[in-house]
Design a protein around this ligand. Structure first.
Ligand SMILES: NC(=O)C1=CN([C@@H]2O[C@H](COP(=O)(O)OP(=O)(O)OC[C@H]3O[C@@H](n4cnc5c(N)ncnc54)[C@H](O)[C@@H]3O)[C@@H](O)[C@H]2O)C=CC1
Length: 488
């Protein structure tokens, strides 16, 4: 088991001490234990990472795709071999249950490396027939130096979802994990080096918003792929505008889950629980606005309440635990404030929403999963992203009405529809303004399916072959086979 005392930057294929001389402490949110002292990157550290990435890019982008893919697939295999060790690190950094991390975090990261490793040899342009005397073709070329900035809820997954397509396409990468969960990005760097990645191709820099700002505003970084909140996303976009960087934005959400009267009710309840309480509700695509048809509302709430109250809130390292610790004391207070607000606004708290003390994790930030009924669309708990285990249930009568209400938000990350009537399911999904929709399930993100947001929830897509479009640029080449006619 790895418990680093010092966590360095990782630049040019090896650990690097921060030139800034600054550091910060990383704690286990569930226990309060100090995990490591983390070196903090300043402006000169970012400069050093950019120079290393520039050199790494020259070598990496010159390799055939099949060779780049081989490195990524080897890294995926190492991730799988070290699955439990990496999962334990993720649990200590995030506070999420060990029952989730091996599959939801480590396997998901390995899937991305494997998937894009497989596609690396198939990155190509198109041929355009222009008649007998000419043709054109296009080339898909890497962008150069790409930067990734990550959130704290799925640290390794986010790092892999960005790094795998970036590297498959021949780019170099500078990655800044969230300051709250810095450990596994460095593990990923070590694993990529072990798998044969040339030095400088993947670099890790630690730090907070200031470090992120240095990255987003650096003129020699060609692209930013950002995962985080909408307000921070706006700042990153503004910084990126200075050098007209390419951007991918994976931002927040307040997604609707619509449960029609003909749904298989136990499946709908299971999905609503997954969509609100998995990873303590700290998931961007969560279906936190649950619209239940009024004919089945009481039955739905009764099953939901008893199943939710049977969930085990406990030590994240205990395999029996369903609900772990929130990421920080500040975040717990923010979530509790929303619970108080919901009550004040007139919603009915039917279950949970209380701070919980867990034996052996007394310094943790635990809350029992909260269910509100009698919610109204204009309540703040139904409009703002809470990013904790708080479900808001509303009733509806009619399809047109619920679609209009579901779409009445500035977000558009995801949506879910439960019904046995598949004609209705597809009709409703076609009208929902959200980047990812699930019919009769929720929150599944297989690597082969594009993921990303409409409206303020994002720009661009991660996963699937389309992610490669966001890490490449298209060059069109016109080829003349005949004579050149002068216009003069
Ligand atoms: N759409 C998606 O795929 C996902 C979206 N999220 C969203 O992330 C948020 C929660 O994560 P947080 O880490 O709290 O988000 P955050 O926006 O506070 O921070 C995200 C990252 O941005 C960095 N950062 C902060 N200020 C910056 C600045 N001025 N310039 C550049 N970087 C800066 C942080 O250090 C961190 O690495 C939620 O809104 C959630 O919905 C989380 C996971 C997935």
């Amino acid at each position: 088991m790895s418990r680093p005392k010092k966590l360095s930057l990782y630049i040019d294929g090896k650990p690097a001490k921060a030139i800034s001389g600054k550091s910060f402490t990383n704690y286990n949110p569930a226990t309060g234990a100090k995990l490591s002292e983390v070196e903090q990157a300043g402006r000169r550290d970012i400069e050093k990472a950019v120079q290393a990435a520039r050199r790494g890019f020259q070598e990496w982008s010159a390799l055939p795709g099949i060779e780049r893919g081989r490195v990524l697939k080897k890294a995926a295999a190492i991730l799988r071999e070290r699955r439990m060790e990496l999962a334990e690190i993720e649990v200590k950094d995030t506070g999420k249950p060990i029952a989730e991390a091996p599959e939801a975090d480590i396997d998901s990261g390995a899937d991305a490396l494997e998937f894009f490793g497989g596609l690396a040899a198939d990155i190509k342009g198109e041929h355009h027939d222009l008649g007998p005397g000419a043709f054109a073709y296009s080339r898909r070329e890497p962008l150069g130096i790409c930067a990734g900035i990550g959130a704290w809820n799925y640290p390794l997954q986010i790092a892999c979802w960005k790094t795998a397509p970036a590297l498959a396409a021949g780019n170099a990468m500078i990655f800044k994990p969230s300051e709250l969960t810095p450990t596994n990005a460095v593990k990923l760097a070590e694993i990529l080096t072990e798998a044969g990645l040339p030095k400088g191709v993947f670099n890790v820099v630690h730090g907070m918003g200031e470090t992120g700002h240095y990255i987003a505003s650096h003129p020699d970084i060609d692209k930013i792929s950002f995962t985080g909140s909408v307000p921070t996303g706006r700042k990153v976009l503004a910084d990126a505008a200075g050098s007209v960087k390419k951007v991918t934005m994976e931002l927040g959400g307040k997604s609707p889950l619509i449960v029609f009267e003909d749904s298989q009710i136990h499946n709908a309840v299971s999905a609503a629980m997954n969509a609100n309480f998995y990873t303590q509700g700290e998931i961007c695509s969560n279906g936190t606005r649950v619209y239940v048809h009024e004919d089945i509302h009481d039955a739905f709430v009764s099953i939901l309440k008893s199943r939710t109250e049977a969930m085990v809130i406990g030590d994240p390292m205990d395999p029996a635990t369903h609900v772990g610790s929130l990421i920080s004391g500040d975040h717990l207070e923010k979530v509790m404030e929303y619970v108080r607000l919901g009550i004040e606004e007139g919603a009915h708290l039917v279950s949970g929403g209380e701070k919980v003390t867990v034996k052996g994790c007394e310094k943790g930030h635990f809350i029992s999963p909260a269910i509100f009924t009698a919610c109204q669309d204009d309540m703040r708990i139904c409009r703002e992203e809470i990013f904790g285990p708080v479900m808001s249930i509303m009733t509806f009568r009619d399809e047109d009405e619920v679609v209009a209400r579901a779409n009445d938000t500035e977000f558009g990350l995801a949506a879910g529809v439960f019904t046995q009537n598949l004609a209705r399911a597809h009709r409703v999904v076609a009208r929902l303004r959200a980047g990812t929709c699930w019919i009769n399930n929720y929150n599944l993100t297989p690597v082969g399916v594009p993921f990303g947001g409409y409206k303020q929830s994002g720009i661009g897509r991660e996963n699937a072959a389309v992610a490669l479009d966001h890490f490449t640029q298209l060059k069109s080449v016109y080829v003349e086979l005949g004579d050149v006619e002068s216009s003069y």
